[in-house]
Design a protein around this ligand. Structure first.
Ligand code: 13P
Length: 248
């Protein structure tokens, strides 16, 4: 049984007032949700207040990134000891904005994956192809490379602690959601890799990219889609609630 996950990735949005409002409006809607997991990833300056404001709400607060060292001379970075001190329970690694806007290499992503596993934070590992990669028929090899380079054969951690998010780059923030068929096809492909290379068939695989209240059901109805990683539609609690409480 793969428990669905609904994860909010706020990216570089939401200030203090928005954070307070978000958790206030969520109220106790997440408190007794034992058949799904709720994760919220605010930006670094708001981690502490998000942890505090989500206390007793049955929510995991995630960091959007981590620098893979405990502490030290790394100007501008946020490392392991800091995330532990802040009370973070999960980390997003490999987001396409990190890969493409900030030029993160496969090697750096691999280090972050390993570091996240070593620190026992839940890992939300993102993969996704660009439009050009899809249109030229390279989509499957791109996703396979992103996974293979991030994890050695024996490096995949327990199902509970590692989650893959398939986020086609062309669907992120564009309003162009992948069709349930396109998403399902890739999720099945990823599940096969999880099974054959890592013996982790039950790994949860989330879809991300223009998920909205009006398309969540079609996606969640797909056999291999185990939840959503949501940007724009997760910034306000009302809209995020409509996602994790969607009409099944
Ligand atoms: P949008 O939901 O805004 O398309 O963003 C998706 C995403 O990148 C979540 O990580």
């Amino acid at each position: 049984m793969r428990k669905p996950i609904f994860a909010a990735n706020w990216k570089m949005n939401n200030l203090s007032g928005d954070v307070v409002e978000f958790f206030k409006v969520l109220g106790d809607s997440t408190l007794h949700l034992n058949d799904r997991e709720i994760i919220v990833a605010p930006s670094f300056p708001y981690l502490k207040m998000s942890v505090k404001n989500s206390e007793d709400k049955n929510i995991i607060i995630a960091a959007q990134d981590v620098y893979p060292e405990a502490e030290g001379a790394f100007t501008g970075m946020v490392g392991g000891e800091m995330l532990n001190d802040l009370g973070v329970g999960a980390v997003v690694v490999g987001h396409s904005e990190r890969r493409h806007v900030f030029g993160e290499s496969l090697e750096l992503i691999r280090k972050k994956v390993k570091f996240t596993q070593e620190n026992n934070w839940k890992l939300i590992f993102c993969v996704g192809e660009t439009l050009q990669e899809r249109e030229t028929g390279h989509l499957f090899e791109v996703i396979k490379e992103q996974i293979y380079t991030a994890f050695d054969q024996n490096l995949w951690c327990e199902n509970e602690m590692a989650v893959v998010a398939y986020e086609p780059v062309w669907a992120i923030g564009t309003g162009v959601v992948a069709s349930p068929e396109q998403a399902q096809e890739m999720h099945l492909f990823i599940r096969k890799i999880m099974k054959e290379r890592y013996d982790r068939e039950e790994t949860r695989i989330l879809y991300g990219g223009s998920v909205k209240p009006d398309n969540i059901k079609g996606l969640m109805d797909c056999e291999d889609i185990d939840g959503a990683l949501v940007g724009g539609a997760s910034l306000k609690a009302d809209s995020f609630k409509k996602l994790f409480l969607y009409d099944r």
